[in-house]
Design a protein around this ligand. Structure first.
Ligand code: 9WO
Length: 247
């Protein structure tokens, strides 16, 4: 089953980046998903093809007009009955769990705002969900939509090889990733940790988990706080505590 993604944007060419490169290109080529754009500029009703106007109440910047957006959403709705998501700093924050939840849907629509935002009457009547990719302001929703799309596409069945399946991802187990090494064995005096050269796969898995736990505790203790530990993880954390006390 293929996922349908429709994006409302004044800059549809930005999405070509996803079509042209990497894992998103593979996902779309293989038909795991489809990606189409709708431009509110094509649904304007004046000679200037206006998509924005000055904000009631004054202030800087412009607001996206409700009329062209409403008609644009009507057109999208003829093809896509999934939730319409508005990318904005006011939304719930994207994480791997939310991306996986959305990637499991047969269809979603994404609304990208520009200027100071979208007329609130569109948000309240036509938007199903508001999502933020982090606490910062961009110049528009497109890059946020592209982040969300890439995040979802790489989770679709058959997109990544089984070898590096999404199950091995950082975050799928709620921890940061362990360190990685490749050739040469010695680079500018820095050796690869010997355990990785020994071929003992159980020992390697244990070392990687320990590294992941140490890094997560040092850099993102908030991630550890909302996650239970199994017996092996408790043992490795205890070992890390003892090593700390030795220093
Ligand atoms: C503009 C602005 C100007 C002065 C004071 C506050 C302001 N907020 C904004 C603003 O939020 N502009 C947005 C631009 C309107 C919606 C589309 N734009 C957007 C989306 N910028 N950043 C995002 C975004 C989306 C998802 N996750 C992070 C950021």
């Amino acid at each position: 089953m293929s996922m349908r993604i429709d994006v409302i944007t004044l800059f549809p060419e930005m999405l070509d980046t996803l079509r042209d490169h990497g894992v998103s290109r593979i996902a779309l080529e293989r038909g795991a998903a489809s990606l189409s754009c709708y431009n509110p500029r094509d649904f304007t009703d004046d000679a200037y093809r206006s998509v924005d106007d000055r904000p009631y109440g004054g202030g800087p910047g412009m607001v996206m007009l409700p009329g062209p957006l409403d008609r644009c959403i009507d057109a999208l709705r003829e093809q896509n009955d999934g939730p319409l998501i508005y990318l904005s700093p006011q939304g719930e924050t994207l994480d791997q769990g939310l991306a996986a939840e959305l990637a499991a849907l047969p269809a979603i629509g994404l609304l990208c705002g520009r200027y100071e935002g979208v007329d609130e009457r569109i948000v309240s009547t036509r938007v199903d969900r508001e999502i933020s990719i982090g606490d910062y302001v961009l110049a528009g929703g497109e890059l946020a939509a592209m982040v969300l799309i890439e995040c979802m596409l790489r989770l679709l069945p058959g997109v990544l090889g089984n070898a590096d399946s999404a199950a091995q991802d950082s975050f799928s187990h709620g921890l940061l990733d362990h360190p990685h090494y490749t050739r040469p064995e010695n680079y500018r005096g820095m050796a690869v940790p010997p355990v990785l050269l020994g071929g003992n796969h159980a020992e390697i898995a244990r070392w990687r988990l320990k590294q992941a736990l140490a890094r997560t505790r040092a850099r993102r203790p908030d991630l550890l706080a909302r996650r239970p530990f199994d017996e092996l993880e408790q043992e490795l954390l205890k070992a890390l505590d003892l090593e700390q006390n030795d220093e």
